[in-house]
Design a binder for this molecule. Structure first.
Ligand SMILES: Cc1ncc(COP(=O)(O)O)c(C=O)c1O
Length: 334
């Protein structure tokens, strides 16, 4: 799954192309001086920072080891062996893995022809043993998005015994996407869990900072399943600095979105089917043999993620990386 470290352009893991902001690095250096001290036993101060930032009470916040860590805590909290979890396929690799860890029956549902969730089919796979329905919005690996109206129409079909895990790892790149503020969403949907991360838009993947926002009973239940000292001092320092630098991050995001549109348009002009993306990556349909494309991209030093028989997922990098991608796809042609 990991990109070959030797590649010059690492576009296989949907990472941010730029290193952390100087203000975040400075905060990390300062926090380093206190690493002989434990962080909070329960991360209440950390949750409070997220709560103020997101405008929710601290009781509605769960923080943890990246959004993947928070999602796994949720699985541990609500899934009993024999329960089931419904998710689209392909999806973020961790979800099928979490089903195995929690001994849940995974119910994968193929994506629809527009590279979006097939919501009717997802609804058809739910029953009284469904504990979690995972919806990544925008979706990984396709970058596609549903409107809030479409989502809520689906939410009405989810049994009250199941939680809706709305994974918004990439939502900051969805510049045209609109939804009610999270407190209003949670007030209206008591079984909704909104999952977020600083790994993607804030470019802090290695620091593992993720959080979930949900109604208090749900959030409490997840917190009760968490390991003590769940987040550390470096994460907290970086979070504070990242929240203070949101304008700078927004400028970086706008630049990445512009490169995404430029690269997508070039690939489409070459005849490739590229899904509309609301993320920092592109999904190129490529059901045939990937070997010629892979050889060409590897020659150009480009590592991307291949989904055999389906397509290729390419993170947006700096301009030279995106130009190398375009060159590779030009040489092969659909
Ligand atoms: C949809 C989705 N959710 C969650 C994650 C994990 O993010 P984190 O680094 O916060 O664990 C990823 C990472 O690729 C992802 O694609």
């Amino acid at each position: 799954m990991a990109a070959p470290e030797s590649a010059r352009h690492l576009l296989a893991q949907n990472e941010h192309p730029y290193p952390p902001l100087p203000s975040v690095l400075a905060a990390l250096a300062e926090a380093g001086a206190d690493l002989h001290r434990y962080p909070d036993f329960r991360p209440e101060r950390f949750a409070g920072i997220v709560a103020d930032w997101q405008g929710v009470p601290a009781g509605q916040v769960v923080v943890g080891h990246g959004s993947a860590g928070v999602a796994l805590d949720l699985f541990h909290a609500v899934v009993e062996p024999g329960d089931n979890v419904v998710h689209s396929q392909p999806c973020f690799d961790a979800y099928p893995m979490f089903c195995e860890i929690a001994r849940a029956e995974a119910r994968p549902v193929p994506l629809g022809p527009d590279a979006r969730h097939d919501l009717a089919a997802v609804a058809g796979r739910m029953d009284e043993r469904t504990r979690i329905v995972v919806l990544c919005n925008p979706h990984n690996p396709t970058g596609t998005v549903y409107s809030w109206a479409e989502l809520t129409e689906f939410f009405r079909r989810v049994p009250a015994t199941a939680l809706i895990l709305l994974d918004e790892a990439y939502v900051d790149f969805a510049l045209d996407w609109r939804a009610p503020d999270v407190p209003d969403r949670i007030a209206e949907w008591p079984n909704l869990v909104v999952l977020r991360t600083l790994s993607k838009s804030h470019g802090l993947a290695a620091l593992r900072i993720g959080y979930a926002l949900a109604a208090e009973p749900v959030a409490r239940r997840v917190r009760d399943h968490q390991v003590p000292y769940a987040v550390n001092r470096l994460q907290e320092a970086a979070l504070v600095a990242a929240v203070a630098a949101e304008d700078e991050m927004a400028r970086r995001i706008a630049g990445i979105a512009a490169e995404r549109e430029r690269t997508g348009a070039e690939l489409r002009r070459l005849g490739w089917a590229v899904a509309p993306s609301a993320t920092n990556f592109l999904w190129v349909e490529a059901p045939g043999d990937h070997a010629p494309l892979r050889a060409e991209l590897e020659r150009l030093g480009v590592a991307v993620r291949y989904y055999p028989g389906q397509g290729v997922r390419i993170a947006i990098g700096e301009k030279d990386a995106n130009d190398a991608v375009i060159k590779g796809f030009t040489a092969v042609r659909p």
